[in-house]
Write a protein that binds this ligand. Structure first.
Ligand code: GLC
Length: 657
């Protein structure tokens, strides 16, 4: 018996639709096959899930409730509560406008053109043959474990994508990696929807490592896409999109609508009479250790959506009304007015790959780089019409302001450090050189000797009177990939990694950050975190998954040899060490203290790097070149207002190249 399929609903308070009143009142009543009032009042939860509709072949298995609009909500403890449940999806399906609650002066409202009677949210199965998916050893048809990596053309996911065969015989290690990746695939109602974070058979306490993490799935998705397998990625994008609109609460407080979950799990819930159903259960941080906000999830989702289009040629997905709305909701959340003084995104600690307290609250580089590339992706994907033109304008303005801000204020090299060393402080004026009132004493002693003549990097964070000089690898690499840095800065970042190879790569690519917080810094900044002891885990540990971002950055900058060197290093140990999550010590010599083995993004990062290196043209679809048009936009309207001092204008000549 195949299970039926639902999203798992957590118990929420009943005022959910308060926020959406204006939204729902825009709906034409007769478009609904259910009673709106009854629906809102009857629903004992804040959270209403979407009803997933499958094609005819699947319907009988996955959607047992035949009455339209009726669905069965399932609480976390498995109790079924019969209520009308497709309201949220109906809203997305039929709404003509999704009113924004934020930044109205900029966007007024997100307008979904032709909203009435648009194609409903349908997760279509791409494959034609259910048996292909049922086969254990080759769930996606990507794995070829007999060494014959050819003849995959029938497994093209129906998108007309030619499966790319490796130009050579794959090594045993690569074959093992493909097999592990396939074994990590999570099925939902008979379709692949993601990969678990780790598949460690010896792990008795998997915590949430048995879930599909949004950020962890990105390298898996790219590995599949680069091999021409699009179905799992399309399913992932659509299912996570459905999860996005769920209300989620932490202590009766709901974070903003549009947030993507950090992870989700497929749960099997027993029904009456020996039947069971599958439910998707998202975690928006309400169960996560430290209740961290998954700010990066939505940004990665947008980046992956673009990559999916580029690598499959299936641009129809990003043009869908529901997908366009998903993009807009994420952007809305990111572009909302707050108390921020800077164009960079203000977040709490632990809101990205480093999802524990590590002193990265404020404006951490990783989030800014992902934000920048999500904005650039959106700029490419948003359908421009009357309803979206304000949003597009806001995206352009933010891109321009953000790149200026990061290029100008986050950048350090020898020259800049010397400037900071001689900074005057307490400057009260719009003309201040030391705008953030940085006390030169903050320059850490390790930095003076560390930065090489020919290199430089973007610092980890910038706040009033505070520069976090630590080198954060993902933020720097993604700045290269997305062209957040200038061409010269991007080159200098790779120069620095090359010059500081022993510190940043050592025995295993790549250190998540450098240097580690030690002694009092560790005690105060991490709160004495025993998992983040010096040179372990997030605190200076080495994460092999970062290999794919490094490979992409190197390929973009024409430094293939650097990427090859790092891949070769990883190749020496990953298989023998059973694909650990991370390594410890200053040089990445030991498998991490609490590292999971068979960590999926370690496996996928390795495979993606290998395939990228062999397919430079495909790799080039995944990075961004300098956009000169963006550099021309001066958001402060210098010329029209006649304002004298625009630091951006003054510095423009320096940041263009
Ligand atoms: C850890 C990592 C996080 C990752 C998760 C699943 O929490 O810090 O970045 O997404 O594990 O692998």
């Amino acid at each position: 018996m195949k299970p039926s399929c639902r999203f798992l609903i957590s118990k929420k308070n009943p005022v959910f639709f308060k926020h959406h009143h204006s939204l729902t009142s825009n709906l034409s009543g007769n478009q609904f096959s259910f009673d709106k009032n009854k629906q809102f009042l009857a629903c004992p939860f804040r959270n209403l899930g979407f009803r997933t509709i499958f094609n005819e072949a699947q319907k009988s298995f996955c959607v047992p409730n035949s009455s339209l609009g009726q669905s069965r909500l399932t609480t976390r403890d498995g109790r079924g509560v019969s209520v009308v449940a497709s309201c949220a999806s109906q809203i997305r399906e039929f709404s003509t406008s999704v009113e924004t609650r934020v930044n109205d002066k900029n966007f007024e409202r997100i307008y979904v053109q032709n909203g009435i009677n648009v194609k409903p949210l349908v997760v279509e199965r791409i494959d034609k043959d259910e048996n292909v998916l049922g086969a254990e050893e080759s769930r996606l048809g990507v794995l070829v474990d007999d060494g014959e990596s050819v003849n995959r053309e029938n497994l093209d996911g129906g998108l007309g994508v030619k499966i790319i065969s490796p130009k050579r015989e794959e090594s045993d290690m690569e074959k093992e990696a493909w097999k592990l990746l396939n074994n990590a695939v999570v099925m939902y109602c008979g379709s692949p929807v993601g990969t678990v974070a780790a598949n460690d058979p010896g792990d008795k306490m998997p915590l949430n490592y048995d879930q599909v993490f949004i950020r962890d799935f990105v390298p898996s998705a790219l590995a599949f896409l680069l091999r021409g397998e699009g179905e799992i990625v399309k399913n992932f994008l659509l299912h996570t999109l459905q999860l996005q609109s769920w209300e989620k609460t932490v202590d009766c407080y709901s974070p903003g609508q549009g947030l993507m979950p950090a992870s989700f799990k497929v749960r099997t819930v027993p029904l009456d009479d020996d039947k069971f159903e599958e439910v998707l259960d998202p975690d928006f941080g309400e169960s996560a250790i430290g209740r961290v906000a998954p700010v990066d999830s939505g940004l990665w989702w947008i980046i992956l959506l673009r990559a999916y289009g580029k690598l499959t040629g299936d641009y129809a997905l990003q043009e869908r009304v529901d997908v366009q709305t998903g993009i807009k909701l994420i952007l809305n959340l990111c572009l909302a007015d707050g108390f921020d003084m800077f164009p960079s995104l203000l977040v709490t600690d632990g809101s990205c790959m480093i999802d524990r307290r590590m002193g990265i609250h404020g404006h951490p580089l990783e989030i800014q780089a992902l934000f920048y590339s999500a904005l650039r992706s959106s700029r490419e994907m948003l359908v421009v019409n009357d309803g979206s033109k304000n949003l597009v304008r806001a995206v352009n303005n933010r891109l321009s302001a953000l790149s200026f801000h990061i290029r100008e204020y986050y950048w350090v090299d020898m020259k800049k450090i010397n400037e900071i060393y001689r900074y005057k402080t307490e400057e009260y004026s719009t003309e201040a050189t030391n705008k953030f009132n940085i006390y030169p004493e903050q320059i850490p002693s390790w930095l003076m000797d560390w930065v090489p003549e020919e290199g430089g990097y973007l610092i980890g964070n910038l706040q009033p009177a505070h520069m976090d000089f630590r080198f954060f690898t993902l933020g720097n690499l993604w700045s290269v990939v997305s062209s957040l840095g200038t061409p010269k800065q991007n080159e200098a970042i790779l120069n620095l990694i090359e010059a500081k190879w022993d510190d940043l790569v050592g025995n295993m690519p790549l250190k998540i950050c450098y240097p580690a917080l030690e002694s009092e810094d560790w005690r105060i900044i991490t709160g004495s975190d025993p998992k983040n002891t010096p040179w372990s885990y997030h605190n200076g540990g080495s994460w092999p998954t970062l290999l794919w971002q490094f490979t992409l950055a190197c390929m973009k900058m024409g430094r293939m040899e650097l990427a090859q060197k790092a891949v070769a290093l990883a190749e020496k140990r990953l298989h023998a060490d059973h694909w650990p999550e991370y390594y410890d010590t200053r040089t990445g010599k030991f498998i991490g203290k609490q590292a999971r083995l068979y960590q999926t993004w370690t496996v996928a990062g390795f495979l993606t790097s290998k395939v990228l290196l062999e397919n430079p043209e495909r790799a080039s679809l995944l990075f961004w070149d300098e956009d000169y048009e963006l550099l021309e936009i001066c958001v402060c309207g210098l010329s029209s207002s006649g304002r004298k001092r625009c630091s951006r204008f003054a510095a423009k000549s320096q940041i263009l190249v």
